[in-house]
Design a protein. Sequence first.
Length: 203
Amino acid sequence: MRGLLNWKISATVLITFGMLLFILGQQPSVGSFFAKLGEKVPLRWGEESRNVSFYLSLDKKIDLSVSAKRVNITLESQGFEGAISDTSFRATRLVITDFSGKFVLNDSVVIDGNFQNSQIDGVNFVNKKIQGNGSFSSLIIDGLEIEKLELRSSGRITVGKTETRFENESVIIEKPAGKVIINNTTEIEGVAKKILVGGISTG
């Protein structure tokens, strides 16, 4: 008899508590508080975000040295020079599909590898080897995968619905994959295994 009474008291308390939560949840301020408790903030200063889609915008060019695999490259230049097999060229616009090989980017671009298709100032080439270097005014690399991108810069990064602005901070992105757009600035859009922003030593 006593056990039945205790059960009824417990049930009454639970029902009353549930009704109280429901009523409080209808209040805008309290409801938003509960909603925020359930939100996952993708990125905070000095913390990491894993397996995420992201967009990164930097106020400067970045340096890269990678072994690229089947990337697509579009390059605008005042004079990019090189050779496709035994044919020398000097181009203002270079479009390469499925390029695999050495890719170095700093103030200029160096490429050394093979491609499936290429168009150089309107002339088409198929399944050739290419070597070239030169400055650029605009560069797009689509399908690029990097083991780790580590830099210090100012800009903004968006992970999920959260945008984080930073100034002269360390940015570490592990295993980024996606599209890179570079002119006087840098934009990267894609996915990454892990992202760290702020409070991280670059040494």
